[in-house]
Design a protein around this ligand. Structure first.
Ligand code: CTP
Ligand code: CA
Length: 224
């Protein structure tokens, strides 16, 4: 077995990464979710652990194998993720939010399965907003802590992503281009633009593992 020689340049760094979708329960058998596969967040967790960081991965339900040598926290809903992340955020040097968090959740959970026969015609599910985890972290940022978000848009990607960078008080946002081939959900490659206050770095199409390593190196540069 060959081990790729990666620099152990993240030793002593506490890094928390979130990944995957959230599931917002409607009743005991149904939920609202999204297309996130979790691959980008898992690639970041694996790369950071290989480079020596103490990694916590807070993950929604995915089909991926749980990476070794990390602290794994499994969650379902946006509310679960909010609690898991905010409980652990003070101890972190770097927080990367690659998860696709639901913006809305059912206003009420039905304890019993909702019956078709109880509706007449159209059926509406009232939704209420979830708490924005990243915005909370940005407001409560610890001195020296780095916050990195992800952004997915189908139009005005860079402009809207930069708005999120500013609004949520982030150090970096990774804009995820859904409109090009080889990017986005399920696939093993990505096309990211790393946006900071002063810079915009467009990465070409590459594996999520390579993108993860570049993103981590850029964050490390911001620490010094
Ligand atoms: N995010 C979060 N908590 C939420 C919603 C989003 O922490 N309740 C984080 C995501 O993990 C991501 C970043 O915010 O890192 C941007 O998510 P995105 O969905 O692109 O942006 P929103 O601010 O939710 O705005 P919109 O969906 O309307 O574009
Ligand atoms: Ca959103």
């Amino acid at each position: 077995i060959y081990e790729i020689a990666l620099p152990k340049d993240m030793e002593g760094i506490n890094l928390l990464v979130t990944a995957g979708p959230t599931r917002e329960a409607i009743d005991p058998v149904r939920y609202i979710t999204n297309h996130s596969s979790g691959k980008m967040g898992y690639a970041i967790a694996i790369a950071a652990a290989q480079r020596g960081a103490n990694v916590t991965l807070v993950s929604g339900k995915t089909n991926l194998e749980v990476p070794s040598h990390i602290d794994f926290v499994s969650i379902n809903s946006a509310k679960d993720m909010y609690e898991a992340v905010t409980q652990r955020s003070n101890a972190q040097d770097i927080i990367i939010k690659a998860a696709a968090v639901a913006d809305y959740t059912p206003a009420a959970y039905a304890d019993d399965k909702i019956k078709k026969s109880a509706q007449n015609g159209d059926f509406k599910i009232p939704l209420k907003p979830t708490d924005d985890i990243l915005a909370y972290l940005g407001k409560n940022k610890k001195k020296g802590q780095l916050l990195c978000g992800f952004s997915m848009e189908t139009k005005d990607l860079l402009k809207n992503s930069r708005k999120k960078l500013e609004k949520k008080n982030l150090d970096m946002i990774c804009a995820n281009n859904l409109k090009v081939e080889g990017a986005g959900f399920e696939v093993d490659t990505n096309v990211l633009t790393l946006i900071t206050d002063s810079d915009e770095k467009e990465l070409g199409i590459m594996s999520k593992a390579d993108a993860a390593n570049i993103l981590l190196s850029e964050l490390l540069k911001m620490r010094s």
